[in-house]
Write a protein that binds this ligand. Sequence first.
Ligand code: COA
Length: 165
Amino acid sequence: MSSHLKIVHLADVPEVIPVLEQLFAQEWEPYYGALGPGDAARDLAESCQHDELPVALVAIDADGSVAGTAALKTQSVGSEVAPGPWLAAFVVQPDNRRQGVGNALVGAIEREARRLGLTSIFVSTDAAEGIIKRRGWRRVGAAVSLRGEVAVYSLDLSPSPSPGQ
Ligand SMILES: CC(C)(COP(=O)(O)OP(=O)(O)OC[C@H]1O[C@@H](n2cnc3c(N)ncnc32)[C@H](O)[C@@H]1OP(=O)(O)O)[C@@H](O)C(=O)NCCC(=O)NCCS
């Protein structure tokens, strides 16, 4: 991963929303494309927060361009099988993939979840399974997305009991 990658709240760089809208439409065309039911501009605007869900983070490259994004949301594909909150809206620009940006975003989401006092978080994914498993998330089920079956994973964030407890 580039050591110059910065991960910031979308709320602090709302000017990148049009770039993310395009990335969402390209990656999740059936949902966020012109004919889909989703509204990327609305979902991104709603995620422009710091201390409440939904909250989106953005990875910014050394040259100031958007490398990727991820969010913590209360609902996601998989809400029917697990309670959430969810790591969702997780996507890296095609040219930036396989350089560690996705792993850095998941790490930032885990820290964000701890900062917000969450005790566990979930994700439904196929493409990010390698990242998620290496980071210690545990598989808890499966769900069906627009792209077919996806695995549901959870990460326990509850603090370890101190010795003697
Ligand atoms: C899934 C996704 C977010 C991953 O982003 P990414 O930036 O490529 O993630 P990383 O670079 O951290 O890791 C991806 C792979 O590259 C590998 N990798 C990381 N750095 C590397 C490097 N320098 N050289 C070679 N491989 C590398 C990782 O080991 C990982 O391999 P694995 O998939 O076999 O486990 C991205 O592929 C994407 O946007 N996909 C489409 C949207 C999507 O599916 N989102 C997930 C929904 S939950």
